[in-house]
Design a protein around this ligand. Structure first.
Ligand code: NDP
Ligand code: 2IT
Length: 446
C-alpha cells in the first residue's frame, strides 16, 4: 500500500514542483483515501484521485491599481477552479502577501472535500491575490478590489463560480467586489457570499465558521461523554474565525485564555469574556489595530511577542489563524499540558508531524476541512436564500448550521472509526471523497 501511495505522490509531485503546501494537502488525502480506493472496485482503476488533484482551470491575472500617492501598483490575482463535479466552484478569496499558486491550490483542493462534507451542492475553488490590505486606506482597498473584479467578473457567476471571503477579505472587501461586479454585469445576483444582510447576505454568515468550529468540538467531546463547560480554551488568530469561535466557546461555558495575530499572542488568565471580546472586535474590525493593544485596556493580561499560544496549558486548542501555525513541538507541549481536543478553524494549521503526534496520543483532532466547514455551509445557505429571493431568521440559519456540523461529525465517525477511537482525518477525507467520486464516475471522463 505504501508503495502505491508513494508512486502516486511522486507522479503528482513531478507535475507540481515547488508547491509544498499543495503537496502537503494532497499527501494527507492520498494516505487515507488510496487504501479505501484499493478496497472498493467501483473506484479502483479509474484514476479518480489523479483527476481530482488537477485543477479544472487555473486563472492568473494582472491587477494594476493606483495608490494614494498616485503611484501605480501591480499585484497578481488568481482563481483556481478545482472541481465542479457536485456543483459550481465555491470557495473564498485570500488577500495576503504570502499568496501564491501552491497556497491557493492547497486551499482549493481542501475546499472540494469540505464542500462535499457539507452535503450542499458546491464544487471547490479558491482565489486571491498577493495584495496586502494591512496599512492600506479604505479607498486603496476599494480601488484594488475594483481592479481585481474587472478581470475576475468574466470567470465567475451565480451558477459558475461563487467566491467569498478568507484571510484579508471580509465584509468591506466583499462589498467593493460585489459593487464592481454589479456595475460590470448590470445584474444583481448572488455571485459572492458574505454579502451584507441588507443586500442579499445571510444572517449568521459572519459567525458561521467560528461557531461551526466550536459546534464540531462539542460533538467530538460529546462522543467521549465530555463537554465544553468549564474547559480552558486556547485560540490563535484574532480575525473573523477566531472572534466567533471565542464568542461561541464563551457562550457554551468555556474559558478562553488567548488570542493572537502574526506579532504574538495575548494571555488573559481571568478569561476573555463577552465584554472583552466586544473590545477585541472593535479593535480588529473597526480600528484595524493589533491584538497587543488588548493589554493596555486589560492590564492583568500579558502580550507574548513573536510567540504562538500553544505553550499556554489548556484542555482545548482552536488554531484559527493560518496554515502550518502549529508544529510538532507545539503539539508535544499541548499533549504534555493535558489538552484533550483540537478543532481546526484555519485551513491546515497543524503540520503533518503535529497531526501524527495528536493521533498517536488519541487526542480528539478535527481537520479544518471538517471543523471549519460551517463557513462555506452558511455560504451555501446564502446561495439558497438568494435563489429563493428570501431570507431566513438567525435561529433558522443557526439551526441548519448546527445540523450540518452534527452531520459532518456523523460522517467522520462512519468512515473514521478505528476500534474505540475516531480518526477524523481519515473519516473526513473518505466521506468527502465518496460523494465527489460518485459524481465524477457518473459524469464520465471529463
Ligand atoms: P482574517 O483575515 O479575518 O484573520 C486572520 C487572522 O490570522 C489574523 O489574526 C492574522 O493576523 C492571523 N494570521 C494571518 N496570517 C498569519 C501568519 N502568517 N502568521 C500568524 N498569524 C497570521 O481571516 P479569517 O479569520 O477569515 O481566516 C483565518 C483562517 O480560517 C484561515 O486559515 C482561513 O483560510 C480559514 N477559514 C476562513 C473561513 C472564513 O469564512 N473566513 C472559512 C474557513 C476557514 P495578522 O492580522 O497579524 O495577519
Ligand atoms: O476556507 C473556506 O471555507 C472559506 N474561506 C469560506 C468559503 C466560502 O465560500 O464561504
Amino acid at each position: 500500500m505504501e508503495k502505491i501511495v508513494s508512486q502516486f505522490l511522486e507522479q503528482v509531485n513531478s507535475h507540481n514542483q515547488n508547491e509544498p503546501e499543495f503537496m502537503q494537502a494532497v499527501t494527507e488525502v492520498a494516505e487515507t483515501v488510496i487504501p479505501f480506493i484499493v478496497q472498493h472496485d467501483i473506484y479502483y482503476g479509474q484514476n479518480i484521485l489523479l483527476r481530482m488533484v488537477e485543477p479544472e482551470r487555473v486563472i492568473s491575472f494582472r491587477v494594476a491599481w493606483i495608490d494614494d500617492k498616485e503611484e501605480i501598483q501591480v499585484n497578481r490575482g488568481y482563481r483556481i477552479e478545482m472541481n465542479s463535479a457536485i456543483g459550481p466552484y465555491k470557495g473564498g478569496l485570500r488577500f495576503h502577501p504570502s499568496v501564491n499558486l501552491s497556497i491557493l491550490k492547497f486551499l482549493a483542493f481542501e475546499q472540494i472535500f469540505k464542500n462535499s462534507l457539507t452535503t450542499l451542492p458546491m464544487g471547490g475553488g479558491k482565489g486571491g491575490s498577493d495584495f496586502d490590505p494591512k496599512g492600506k486606506s479604505d479607498t486603496e482597498v476599494m480601488r484594488f478590489c475594483q481592479s481585481f473584479m474587472t478581470e475576475l467578473f468574466r470567470h465567475i457567476g451565480p451558477n459558475r463560480d461563487i467566491p467569498a471571503g478568507d484571510i484579508g477579505v471580509g465584509s468591506r472587501e466583499i462589498g467593493y467586489l460585489f459593487g464592481q461586479y454589479k456595475r460590470l454585469k448590470n445584474e444583481f445576483t448572488g455571485v459572492l457570499t458574505g454579502k451584507g444582510v441588507s443586500w442579499g447576505g445571510s444572517l449568521i454568515r459572519p459567525e458561521a465558521t467560528g461557531y461551526g468550529v466550536v459546534y464540531f468540538a462539542k460533538q467530538m467531546l460529546l462522543h467521549q461523554n465530555e463537554s465544553l463547560e468549564g474547559k480552558t480554551i486556547v485560540i490563535s488568530g484574532s480575525g473573523n474565525v477566531a472572534q466567533f469561535a471565542a464568542e461561541k466557546a464563551i457562550h457554551l461555558g468555556g474559558k478562553v485564555l488567548t488570542l493572537s495575530d502574526s506579532s504574538g499572542y495575548i494571555y488573559d488568565p481571568e478569561g476573555i469574556d463577552a465584554e472583552k471580546l466586544a473590545y477585541v472586535m472593535e479593535l480588529k474590525n473597526v480600528k484595524r489595530d493589533r491584538i497587543h493593544n488588548y493589554v493596555s485596556k486589560y492590564p492583568k493580561a500579558s502580550f507574548h511577542k513573536g510567540k504562538t499560544p500553544w505553550e499556554v496549558p489548556c484542555k482545548i486548542a482552536l488554531p484559527c489563524a493560518t496554515q502550518n501555525e502549529l508544529h510538532e513541538n507545539d503539539a508535544a507541549l499541548l499533549v504534555k499540558n493535558g489538552c484533550i481536543c483540537v478543532s481546526e478553524g484555519a485551513n491546515m494549521p497543524s503540520t503533518p508531524e503535529a497531526i501524527h503526534l495528536f493521533t498517536k496520543n488519541k487526542i480528539l483532532f478535527a481537520p479544518g476541512k471538517a471543523s471549519n466547514a460551517g463557513g462555506v455551509a452558511v455560504s451555501g445557505l446564502e446561495m439558497a436564500q438568494n435563489s429563493l429571493r428570501y431570507s431566513w431568521s438567525r435561529e433558522e440559519v443557526d439551526q441548519r448550521l448546527q445540523n450540518i456540523m452534527n452531520d459532518i461529525h456523523k460522517s467522520c465517525v462512519k468512515y473514521g472509526t478505528e476500534g474505540d477511537h475516531v480518526n477524523y482525518v481519515k473519516g473526513a477525507n473518505i466521506a468527502g471523497f465518496v460523494k465527489i467520486a460518485d459524481a465524477m464516475l457518473a459524469q464520465g471522463v471529463v
